[in-house]
Ligand binder design. Structure first.
Ligand code: CIZ
Ligand code: SF4
Length: 301
C-alpha cells in the first residue's frame, strides 16, 4: 500500500495543484503544505500561483476568497463541512438591514465572511491589515462586520473615527477567561502574553501584545523572552515551536481549539486531489463584486 504522503505528492503533480494551509491547521497538514500562513498571505499566494488548482486547507471563507481572486483556477476545499461560526453570524439580509439602519456609511468587512457579504461590502480586511485599511478610508464613520472584537480593537486604536460594530464574534477566542490570564501571569510573570484581536476586549486589554497570527509569529521570533504565552488558536504553536527551537511556548487556555480548523485530515487532502472535491463554485456577479472588496484591500496591504 502506498504511503499517504507519496499519494498526495503524486496526485498534486497530476492535478497541477498547490496546497495552501492556514496557520490553524493540524501539524501533519502544515508539514506537507506548499505554503502555510494567515488568510492575507494565502489569498496573495493563491492569486499569484502558477498551478491550475488550489487546495485550500482551512475553512470555507478562505477557499471562497481564493476562488474570488482566481476565477480561472479550480479551488478545492478538502473538508466541505469546515465553516466559521463567526462568518455565519451575518448573511446578506442581516448586512442589508445593518446598512439600512446606518445609511451612507461605508462597510468594512473582515475576511471571515461569506462571498455574498464581501460582495455587499465596500472593502475587506484581515486581522493583519485592519488598522491600515481603516485608517486609509476617507470616511470618519465605518460600519464594521462581523467581528465586534476586532472592530472594537481597531476602534480603540483609531479614536478619531467612529466605528459601528455588528454583533458577531469568534466562539473559540471568546472562550478565554480573565482568571486564566491572571493565573498564567502569576505562574510566568516574566513572559509576554500575545493574543489575537478576536479575543474579547477584556482579554486584549490584559495582554502585552495584540496581533494577527502572522504578527504573533514575527513578534515571537524577535522577542528576547525565552518563554512566551500564546492567546490564539493552538494550531500556531507548531510553527512557533519549529521556528524557535530555543524558546518555549505556552497556550493561554486549553480551550483555544477551533473544531472547524481541525476538521481537515491528510485523507481529506488526498481525496480532494483524487476526486476534485469540494470544488468551490460562485455566482459570477457575486464573485466580481466580492473581488473588488478584496482587491481594494490587497492594493492597500
Ligand atoms: O486572518 C487570518 O488568517 C485569521 C483567521 C487569523 C489570523 O490572524 O491569521
Ligand atoms: Fe472562525 Fe474563530 Fe474558528 Fe477562526 S478560530 S475559523 S474566526 S471560529
Amino acid at each position: 500500500m502506498k504511503n499517504i504522503l507519496d499519494e498526495i505528492m503524486e496526485l498534486k503533480k497530476e492535478r497541477d495543484a498547490i496546497i495552501l494551509a492556514h496557520n490553524y491547521q493540524i501539524p501533519e497538514i502544515q508539514d506537507i503544505a506548499d505554503v502555510v500562513g494567515d488568510s492575507l498571505k494565502l489569498s496573495q499566494v493563491g492569486k499569484e500561483s502558477e498551478q491550475r488548482t488550489i487546495v485550500l486547507s482551512g475553512v470555507r471563507f478562505m477557499a471562497e476568497s481564493a476562488k474570488i481572486l482566481s476565477p480561472e483556477k479550480t479551488v478545492l476545499l478538502p473538508a466541505s463541512d469546515a465553516g466559521c461560526p463567526m462568518a455565519d453570524m451575518i448573511d446578506i439580509d442581516k448586512l442589508r438591514a445593518f446598512k439600512a439602519e446606518n445609511p451612507g456609511v461605508p462597510v468594512m468587512c473582515y475576511v471571515n465572511s461569506s462571498a455574498d457579504v464581501k460582495a455587499e461590502s465596500d472593502i475587506c480586511c484581515t486581522s493583519a491589515n485592519a488598522l491600515k485599511i481603516a485608517r486609509s478610508l476617507e470616511s470618519d464613520k465605518i460600519l464594521f462586520v462581523p467581528d465586534k472584537c476586532l472592530g472594537g480593537y481597531i476602534a480603540k486604536m483609531i479614536p478619531e473615527k467612529e466605528f459601528i460594530l455588528y454583533d458577531g464574534y469568534c466562539v473559540t477566542h471568546n472562550r478565554i477567561k480573565r482568571e486564566e490570564v491572571l493565573k498564567i501571569r502569576e505562574l510566568y510573570p516574566e513572559s509576554p502574553i500575545l493574543v489575537h484581536p478576536e479575543c474579547s476586549s477584556e482579554i486584549a486589554d490584559m495582554a502585552d501584545f495584540v496581533g494577527s497570527t502572522s504578527q504573533i509569529i514575527s513578534y515571537a521570533k524577535n522577542s528576547d523572552s525565552r518563554e512566551i504565552i500564546i492567546g490564539t488558536e493552538m494550531g500556531v504553536m507548531h510553527k512557533l515551536q519549529n521556528d524557535n527551537p530555543d524558546k518555549s511556548f505556552k497556550l493561554l487556555s486549553p480551550s483555544l481549539i477551533c473544531p472547524n480548523m481541525k476538521k481537515t485530515t491528510l485523507e481529506d487532502i488526498r481525496d480532494a486531489l483524487k476526486y476534485g472535491r469540494e470544488e468551490i463554485v460562485l455566482d459570477e456577479d457575486i464573485r466580481v463584486r466580492a473581488e473588488k472588496s478584496l482587491d481594494d484591500m490587497l492594493k492597500l496591504s
